[in-house]
Design a protein. Structure first.
Length: 191
């Protein structure tokens, strides 16, 4: 259990001791649930989000704006954005970011399928919502260049999520890159 992300040795020990107090049937049901999870959860063929159907509920919803695609690194990012209730478009999950140090190149993530998707459907805007890291910025740049060179009839608007100082943060604890971007990308003060 300690090999699970976010589970340390003490938590793993508590979980194991809890499972030992359960009946064999309860432990078997718990184990079966994990097997079903691995067997039944698939990736949406459109956006690569997790789903229990070939097309996920977000891509299959007629209420979503299918002309706006938010590009994210992983499934957790989809969940985070959905929790805000502020986005009504669809997603494209890359499954990682370009990271030469880790041996992850453009062919190892879902960039080709994004370019193919944009070339086959009407897309007005692509929102790049990748991490504010060197790898995220490299991936943003690569996607932008690939779309520019894709021979599209019309290149959709390409934007990225705002970057800056988080609400409640003190400036002295904010890193220089974030603070610098906040100053450069400042907005008008409104009452």
């Amino acid at each position: 259990m300690a090999s699970l992300p976010g589970v340390g040795r003490r938590t793993a020990l508590r979980l194991v001791l809890h499972m030992l107090r359960q009946s064999e049937g309860e432990v078997q049901a718990f184990a079966d649930a994990f097997v079903r999870l691995k067997r039944d959860v698939i990736y949406c063929r459109e956006c690569h989000n997790i789903s229990d159907t070939e097309i996920c509920p977000i891509c299959g919803s007629p209420r979503r704006d299918h002309t706006m695609i938010c590009v994210v690194e992983n499934v957790q990012d989809v969940m985070s954005i959905e929790n805000t209730g502020q986005y009504n478009g669809v997603y494209h999950v890359l499954g990682g970011v370009i990271s030469p140090m880790e041996g992850i190149g453009p062919k190892d993530i879902e960039i080709d399928s994004l370019v193919e998707r944009v070339s086959k459907t009407e897309v007005d805007e692509i929102i790049l919502a990748l991490p504010t890291t060197m790898e995220g910025d490299t991936t943003n740049f690569y996607i932008y260049r690939r779309l520019q060179n894709a021979g599209l009839a019309q290149l959709p608007k390409i934007s990225q999520i705002a970057r800056g100082v988080a609400v409640g943060n003190q400036l002295e604890y904010t890193d220089e890159i974030t603070l610098g971007r906040s100053i450069v990308n400042r907005t008008d003060f409104k009452l």
